[in-house]
Design a protein around this ligand. Structure first.
Ligand SMILES: [Zn+2]
Ligand SMILES: [Zn+2]
Length: 344
């Protein structure tokens, strides 16, 4: 769906409240979005109030590849809204009713680091039923926490307010579609959503400028070959890749073969060349950043061509622009994709 404004900067209708014409399709969609969010809100209230009964031993669906019993939640004790039971999820309370803290930590990391979760807020988090309801079970255990201080504080605030919808973030306001219901009763806090989004974009940009796992893997293989030491199987090689992430030293030692593997900043993006820019080379720019996408590094396209490393097809592609997937990746994180010279 294409809306009138803002789509050029990739924001679409993010942080906008729209007031579609009552006869339009958008109007109907907006209303059904709010209806759906309202039901979600009641599931949230029932969860915070502990108005549910844990159902155990739901037989597995062998056809779906399930072999163990599933669990579910019956919300019949909640009377403010008719809520259907949620069945067939995996809930893991231990005998004392708590959920393992590592499990909770993993769920909250997932909520915090996923852009969909960050732009949809708690009403979207609830889509991941297993993750969300395990947090809820722990909240009602003797631990009395969801595993996340921010959630706990938010639950407290909601309780004190008598469950005021205007404290609960709208699930659509922070997304590309924007909030399409002008009567939407939920919270529309642009600053909060922007902050969350910026955090995710920053971590994506950081990851973009690091060598990819594929580049690292090939580099490790090359290093092993050149030292003519016994070859190792691929899984062992992959296991050592994380060593390159450490912050100390220009080289890393392979535990088994004792081969020194130099740490790398970037690789030439041409996979057939893959010239490394080593960490110890800190006073010279061994590779140049593509001025167009600001992400890809090349040794120099000309020298790749001189070495006969590029096929005719990739020659043509490179003369037009950097690799297509590069362009895609950079536009996804909102980097500037035009202006200036680019690779050759
Ligand atoms: Zn809204
Ligand atoms: Zn190269």
């Amino acid at each position: 769906m294409e809306h009138q404004t803002g789509s050029r900067n990739g924001e679409g209708n993010r942080y906008k409240r729209l007031s579609p014409n009552p006869r339009s399709q958008e109007y109907k969609i907006g209303k059904s979005m709010t209806e759906h969010a309202r039901e979600r809100f009641h599931y949230l209230c029932a969860s915070i109030q502990g108005k549910f009964i844990l159902i155990d031993h739901i037989p597995p669906k062998i056809d779906n590849g399930q072999f163990f019993d599933r669990q579910g939640l019956d919300f019949s004790p909640y009377k403010d809204y008719k809520l259907q039971p949620i069945l067939g999820i995996k809930l893991f309370p231990r005998t004392d009713g708590t959920v393992h803290p590592d499990e909770l930590k993993m769920y909250h990391e997932q909520f915090a680091n996923s852009w969909r979760h960050s732009e949809g807020g708690i009403l979207h988090n609830m889509n991941d039923k297993r993750e969300f309801y395990n947090c809820i079970l722990n909240y009602h255990s003797l631990e009395t926490t969801t595993g996340n201080a921010e959630w706990d504080a938010f639950f407290e605030k909601l309780k004190e307010s008598g469950y005021d919808k205007s404290l609960v973030p709208c699930a659509h306001f922070g997304t590309l579609t924007g909030c399409m219901d002008i009567d939407c009763p939920f919270l529309h806090d642009e600053e909060m959503f922007r902050e969350r989004r910026n955090k995710i974009l920053a971590s994506r940009r950081k990851a973009l400028f690091e060598p990819t796992p594929k580049q690292r893997f090939q580099h490790m293989q090359k290093t092993y070959k050149s030292k003519k030491k016994p070859s190792r199987n691929e899984s062992a090689l992959v296991a050592t890749l994380d060593d390159l992430d450490g912050d100390d030293g220009d080289e890393t030692d392979d535990e088994e073969t004792k081969i020194k593997v130099p740490r790398v900043r970037h690789f030439c993006a041409n996979m057939e060349c893959m010239k490394p820019w080593l960490r110890k080379q800190n006073d010279v720019a061994v590779l140049q950043k593509c001025a167009r996408c600001q992400w890809t590094f090349y040794c120099s396209v000309r020298s790749c061509l001189d070495f006969g490393l590029l096929s005719v097809t990739s020659r043509t592609e490179l003369s037009i622009d950097c690799l297509p997937e590069t362009r895609l990746a950079s536009s996804q994180v909102g980097l500037r994709t035009s202006g200036g010279d680019h690779c050759e």
